[in-house]
Write a protein that binds this ligand. Structure first.
Ligand code: DGY
Length: 441
């Protein structure tokens, strides 16, 4: 069991070790590039001890954003799941697999949960607080302001991309077209929609199993389908209209919908603060529409929000942690009682799939293990809505896990064992930003 001081030191060291000068690897070997939502969470960690480095993470991430000149311009504002700032042969599918060779900075062709306006608002609040506490640190606020002035138009463009390309009919519920886009890759919630995807026949070599035991990773048939969807995307020339219409996989993921909703709410606030009133009004309209539409994703059975197969219209009635970010998103029902019941069923926090569900697998990636950044988002959302004790219960569970096991990618909810990649950046960042006793969030 490590002390707080030791853990803080190790957490900072973890970020420094994974730092590639402007971006942070999630972990070495297994994920050797810059990942989208990892970057946002990791920036929060940097913010607690090196604010300049935190803002740099964001500048580097958005340097890979697609603009009006990329692939015909229809994806203006797109921000990729992976940005390949340099080559590596330890990951599949790497930069040569996505059909984006013509880009100055190559990226993958799918996105990831758009949490950035929220992360940036939290970073902004921290900079303001710090400079109010200590006037000699006023330059930190100036730096934050300058960075946000540059970043906000890019974040607005990114939100527009989601609403325009992933909800072209204006239903209020965006879709995703690839399980990797959800960040919760092999969740049992995707088993049904995935079955419509023909597995690829082309040969490829997985690299993840060189780093992590197969029992903790998705099976081959999953990869065959992921490759198939990746190739479908490039075969469509990344045309969002065609992809929306023809992709065999099209899902309203409650995780992306919740994260986008919270991010749009935070974007409205930032736009108001930075004098971008028209964009604030535009984003508020999207928020209002989603607030109503999301009620169609309520599961009576599980007393939480769930996802939907947007191709068939069938509710994907599977209890995953993605549906517990309701308080975070500010939805009508905050799911606090449901979170409470989940916590009673396991010893160490919130598993990615409810432990009583038939598809629960405690070791396998997003089919059961606990992920600390999801714990953090759920807990922060609950605290924001006044469920302070419940939020603290999640924080204490998380703290126990990190003190016992260190900073792993994910954890077995049945015994707390650390799983997946080690020395993991966003896990270390959640410690620094959310758990560490002097964390100033
Ligand atoms: C992986 O390769 O497992 C990643 O989660 C994809 O983003």
């Amino acid at each position: 069991m490590q002390s707080h001081e030791q853990l803080q030191t190790v957490a900072r060291e973890t970020l420094r070790k994974n730092d590639r000068g402007g971006y942070t690897l999630p972990t070495q070997g297994l994920y050797p590039f810059q990942w989208n939502w990892d970057a946002g969470i990791t920036a929060l960690g940097w913010m607690t001890f090196d604010p300049a480095r935190a803002w740099r993470e964001y500048e580097t991430l958005f340097s890979g954003q697609w603009g009006p000149d990329h692939f015909g311009g229809a994806n203006d504002g797109f921000l990729a799941q992976i940005t390949f700032h340099q080559d590596s042969d330890t990951y599949f599918p790497g930069p040569d697999q996505w059909g984006t060779d013509s880009l100055a900075i190559r990226t993958s062709s799918i996105s990831q949960p758009p949490l950035h306006a929220t992360m940036l608002r939290w970073m902004w609040k921290q900079a303001v607080r710090t400079s109010e506490r200590d006037k000699t640190l006023a330059p930190q606020r100036d730096m934050a302001e300058a960075c946000l002035q540059d970043l906000l138009p890019k974040v607005i463009a990114h939100h527009r991309w989601w609403y325009r390309c992933r909800d072209p009919q204006g239903t209020g519920l965006v879709v995703n077209i690839h399980p990797w886009e959800t960040g919760m890759d092999n969740s049992p919630a995707w088993d049904d929609p995935q079955s419509a995807v023909l597995p690829t026949q082309r040969p490829y070599v997985r690299k993840d199993l060189n780093h992590v035991d197969a029992s903790m990773r998705p099976p081959k048939v999953f990869y065959d389908r992921m490759v198939s969807l990746m190739d479908f995307n490039s075969a469509c020339g990344f045309d969002p209209k065609r992809i929306f219409a023809e992709c065999p996989y099209r899902v309203n993921d409650i995780g992306i919908i919740s994260i986008l909703q919270r991010s749009s709410i935070d974007l409205v606030a930032l736009c108001q603060e930075f004098g971008l009133q028209d964009s604030a009004t535009e984003m508020q309209q999207h928020v209002d529409r989603t607030q109503v539409a999301v009620e169609s994703l309520w599961s009576e059975r599980w007393q939480q929000y769930v996802s939907r197969n947007a191709r068939t219209g069938a509710l994907l009635d599977v209890p995953t942690s993605a549906g517990l970010m309701a308080a975070y998103a500010g939805f009508q029902k905050d799911c606090a009682d449901t979170v409470d019941s989940w916590l009673d069923e396991t010893l160490y926090g919130i598993p990615s799939t409810r432990s009583t569900y038939i598809g629960f697998e405690p070791l396998r990636y997003w089919r059961g293990p606990i992920w600390q950044h999801i714990n953090m988002l759920i807990a922060v959302g609950l605290a924001d809505q006044g469920h302070v004790e419940l939020a603290d219960r999640i924080r204490v569970d998380s703290e126990i896990l990190l003190r016992q096991q260190g900073f792993h990618e994910y954890y077995d909810p049945t015994n707390g064992r650390g799983l997946g990649g080690g020395e993991f950046s966003w896990t270390a960042a959640t410690y620094l930003y959310w758990i560490e006793p002097n964390a100033s969030r």
